[in-house]
Design a protein around this ligand. Structure first.
Ligand code: NAD
Length: 487
């Protein structure tokens, strides 16, 4: 069967490579190759740089309001094409349609809308120094590279493009080689919205293409989403030309459930924090600390709801609420972690194995898995699994649980469930994490800054704070009096 071949999107059009070198993209829900993608070769990459330079000259000369209007048109187009785009995300990632059709495109569009609204408000300041004065200008950085992970391909492309473009920069985006289509659709939509060619280019490939970007001296900034180890490599490469970097990396986040928590809500949070997008979310609360006195009722409710409410199957079936992992390789890694949990003495309460649903037997499914009797030293409680594996730990003291929650090299997210509002804020103020939730989990509106403490990242995405990561400050001193000089 002949398959479509995707390419890089450069200078406003699809651009073929010179040697025809391709890689396969597999639908994780079925295990079948669904299309191929041409790897960007040197000529494609050079052309992406040339078109980005030309695009920057045009885009940065436009007024912020003009840029904003184009971005808002793109927002409308994203929403108009929601279902088509969501279907692409489902086929590329294996996540359920039930999620992608209401979250992935929508949260991407929201971020572009938010930054489009801010574009015209970016301003410097002024200060008088005697008769002289100085003022500051917030100027774009130039050509920014965006490098994405595979769990939210279109959303990640939107979250990176939105602040970059609103501030007058241009972007060369490299999607994950496992999920290359969403960013291409975004590029098409930007063109349809009237964006000049070269403002948003997409180059296809793996680590090598990523490295080419992060090492290029003419790229001013890299915004990266992925694993900590890859982020460290990206920073090392970016250091060669002292690029600005934003890093959205992994996590091993705590979800702390106190004895006065609303138990149903806490169970909902634990399930969302471990099984949404089949556990492939960076902010997942995979260390679920439950107060000793409510541990058993918590586990009873949790297991009952997993048994009754989780529907594993064809990700495109609207009934399915739990999809497939990204690849056979990742599925095996998750199963290895589960074996590790068993070997190190955790008690498996449910799941713990791969699944082959009748409708899609070739998909890369792992059953929703819960371990109890965990302790902090176990591998499953220390390392990011990025799959549907929940570790339940117990505690009986507030100070103790704060210390244990913070005893991780990661610091991406955290959640606290309690009805005691003073305790909620006291605990959160001492938690070492960039994204925190009280009696909630996972919500991330465009206006809320997201990013990690410690090994989980540098810089922020979304929120006002991100404008500073995509602009540089020029201070201009103006002499009004005759210049004094000792020479
Ligand atoms: P990954 O680090 O393997 O790859 C991420 C991207 O980097 C891919 O596009 C890949 O091709 C590219 N890449 C790989 N090596 C590179 C190199 N040397 N130089 C430049 N680019 C390179 O991550 P992944 O497996 O795609 O994604 C899963 C990880 O992403 C998890 O750790 C997860 O926690 C993290 N993540 C974090 C956030 C966040 O916002 N904090 C969001 C989503 C995912």
């Amino acid at each position: 069967m002949s398959q479509a071949v995707e390419r890089s999107f450069v200078g406003g059009r699809y651009l073929a490579n010179g040697d025809g070198q391709c890689f396969d993209v597999v639908n994780p829900g079925t295990g079948e190759v669904i299309y191929q993608v041409e790897t960007a070769d040197e000529a494609v990459l050079e052309q992406a740089m040339a078109s980005a330079r030309a695009g920057f000259a045009l885009w940065s000369a436009m007024t912020p309001v003009e840029r904003s209007r184009i971005l808002l048109k793109a927002v409308a187009l994203l929403r108009e094409h929601n279902d088509e785009l969501a279907a692409i995300e489902v086929a590329d990632t294996g996540k359920p349609w039930q999620e992608a059709s209401v979250v992935d495109v929508e949260t991407g569009a929201d971020s572009i809308e938010f930054f489009a609204g801010l574009a015209a408000g970016i301003e410097g300041n002024h200060q008088q120094v005697g008769d002289d004065f100085y003022y500051t200008r917030r100027e774009p950085l130039g050509i920014c590279a965006g490098i994405g992970a595979w769990n939210y391909p279109l959303q990640i492309a939107c979250w990176k493009a939105a602040p970059a473009l609103a501030c007058g920069n241009v972007m060369i985006f490299k999607p994950s080689e496992e999920t290359p289509r969403g960013a291409l659709k975004l590029a098409e939509i930007f063109m349809e919205a009237g964006m000049p060619a070269g403002v948003f280019n997409v180059v296809q490939g793996d680590a090598q293409v990523g490295q080419w970007l992060t090492r290029h001296p003419d790229i001013a900034k890299v915004s990266f989403t992925g694993e900590v180890e890859t982020g460290q490599k990206v920073m090392r490469d970016a250091a060669s030309s002292l690029k600005e970097v934003t890093m959205e990396l992994g996590g091993k986040s705590p979800l702390i459930i106190f004895d006065d928590a609303d138990l149903d809500q806490a169970v909902s949070a634990a399930m969302l924090a471990n099984f949404y997008t089949q556990g492939e979310i960076c902010t997942n609360g995979t260390r679920v600390f439950v107060h000793d006195s409510i541990k058993q009722p918590f586990l009873n409710k949790l297991l009952e709801r997993i048994g009754n409410n989780m529907v594993v199957g064809d990700p495109m079936n609207p009934e399915t609420n739990f999809g497939a992992l990204i690849s056979a390789n990742h599925q095996q890694q998750v199963l290895n972690y589960i074996q590790n949990g068993l070997d190190e003495g955790a008690t498996l309460l449910c799941g713990g194995r791969s699944l082959s649903p009748e409708a899609v037997p070739g998909g890369f499914f792992v059953a929703p898995t819960v371990f109890s009797d965990c302790d902090d030293t176990m591998t499953i409680c220390r390392e990011e699994i990025f799959g549907p594996v929940m570790s339940v730990l117990s505690f009986d003291d507030e100070q103790e649980v704060i210390a244990r929650a913070n005893a991780s090299g990661y610091g991406l997210a955290a959640g606290v469930f309690t009805r005691d509002i003073t305790r909620a804020h006291r605990v959160i103020s001492r938690i070492e994490a960039g994204i925190c939730w009280i009696n909630a989990y996972g919500a991330s509106p465009a206006q809320m800054p997201v990013g990690g403490y410690k090994l989980s990242g540098i810089g922020r995405e979304n929120g006002l704070a991100t404008l500073n990561h995509y602009t540089q400050l020029k201070a201009v001193y103006v002499g009004m009096a005759p210049l004094e000089s000792p020479f």
